[in-house]
Design a binder for this molecule. Structure first.
Ligand SMILES: Cc1ncc(COP(=O)(O)O)c(C=O)c1O
Length: 386
């Protein structure tokens, strides 16, 4: 039995896999099990920050692997503390809780917001999130996710979430009251179709959070770690989050999640209030230290430059209606169905993603100009001929 048949027989069919078994890769060039080459414009959904098999990241991971793989959170380890310090100093935040995924990073933020609220008033436990958002697949992060399509069949849900329309300041203002303990949203709704928040909405949300003593929680699971042209996307707005969450690209390919807290929340979760067996695992953390320390001004300038190349190559093509997003997180609304374009690209050696009705591009941040050009030629052909 081949890989695909075995997978279908033994793995729960939760994923709509496409007809591709990836074997290996280097940078933004991947190969399937038959040796066919693909340019990667997806990074495993914004995870492989420096592409496949990045040698510096491998060195960091392997050298930790040769020391010890896991200790438990009863003990201190250097990779975990180095990563926390790096995250805080680079973002002017104060404390980190480590977990293993975006959903878990958001779960921790939700618990912290409820702790913050209920310490003041037992009814201050409601969190506002946005319609069309995506915050994860656990029951509580699904509750936070403002999309009915994810809710069918999984009730009863965690209570205490209110959803408002993205970019609608009036709706958000009307939803605020003294029982709101947090406002949580993505700066670009990734799974929701690469839909950016406006500056005025983000700044209004920050002002309302302050007015009602609620926490401003920014979900940077997909937008973070250099993806949007700054280390974290919130650095492009005139706001200071109380909490931001991240995962995906932080680990460069190993599972890690981080909930990052501002100074006022530095003691919000006391001993015993939260935990994770694998959270802050030394191997994942050693890899993440390597990733985070390499997202510097030069790389960020490159991200912006490559973003401009993609936009200028595609924006005036027949068949492209608009392009949304920031940096190397771009959504292309095409006249042809996004799925047809994705499948045409796949056949012709390019991996792209979709999000709702958009073709979604999330290439590795260090994709070479040659790989970018090669991929864009395939994408142009797909937009015309799919
Ligand atoms: C904005 C956002 N939040 C949370 C998640 C959930 O992350 P994970 O799949 O690592 O749990 C995702 C995943 O796509 C995401 O895009």
């Amino acid at each position: 039995m081949n890989i695909k048949e075995t997978d279908k027989q033994y793995i729960m069919g939760t994923y709509g896999r496409v007809d591709l078994a990836i074997d290996h890769g280097q940078g933004s060039t991947l190969y399937d099990t038959d040796g066919k080459k693909y340019i990667d414009f997806g990074s495993g959904i914004a995870v492989n920050t420096f592409g496949a098999s990045d040698p510096l990241w491998i060195d960091a991971v392997v050298s930790q692997l040769n020391k010890i793989q896991h200790t438990s959170n009863y003990y201190y380890t250097k990779p975990c503390t180095d990563l926390a310090k790096l995250l805080c100093t680079k973002t002017k935040m104060s404390k980190v809780f480590f977990s293993n995924s975006g959903a878990e990073a958001n779960e921790c933020a939700i618990k912290a917001a409820r702790k913050y609220g209920t310490d003041k008033n037992p009814d201050k436990n409601v969190i506002i999130t946005l319609k069309n958002s995506f915050h994860g697949r656990t029951i509580t992060t699904l509750s936070a996710t403002g999309q009915d399509v994810f809710h069918t069949n999984f009730t009863p849900f965690t209570e205490g979430f209110v959803y408002v329309e993205a970019n609608n300041i009036n709706e958000l203002t009307a939803a605020m009251n003294d029982n709101i303990c947090g406002i949580m949203f993505e700066l670009i709704q990734g799974e929701g179709g690469v839909l950016p928040m406006t500056k005025s909405f983000v700044e209004a949300a920050a002002a309302l959070a302050k007015k009602y003593d609620a926490l401003l929680i920014i979900d940077e699971v997909q937008t973070g770690n250099g993806r949007c042209g700054t280390l974290y996307a919130h650095q492009q707005f005139d706001i200071t989050p109380d909490i931001f969450t991240t995962a995906k690209g932080l680990g460069g390919g190993l599972p890690i999640g981080a909930t990052v807290f501002s100074e006022k929340l530095k003691d919000i979760l006391p001993p015993g209030s939260h935990g994770s067996t694998f959270g802050g695992n030394p191997i994942a953390a050693a890899g993440a230290v390597n990733i985070l320390s390499r997202i510097d001004d030069n790389l960020l300038a490159e991200v912006k430059d490559k973003s401009k190349i993609i936009i200028s190559t595609l924006e005036s093509l027949d068949g492209v209606e608009n392009i949304s997003g920031m940096g190397l997180m771009l959504g292309i609304k095409t006249t042809k169905p996004a799925k047809d374009i994705m499948l045409y690209c796949l056949k012709n050696g390019l991996l792209v993603l979709t999000a709702k009705d958009k073709v979604r591009l999330l290439p590795p941040l260090n994709i070479t100009k040659e790989e970018l050009k090669e991929g864009l030629e395939i994408l142009k052909d797909a937009i015309k001929n799919a």
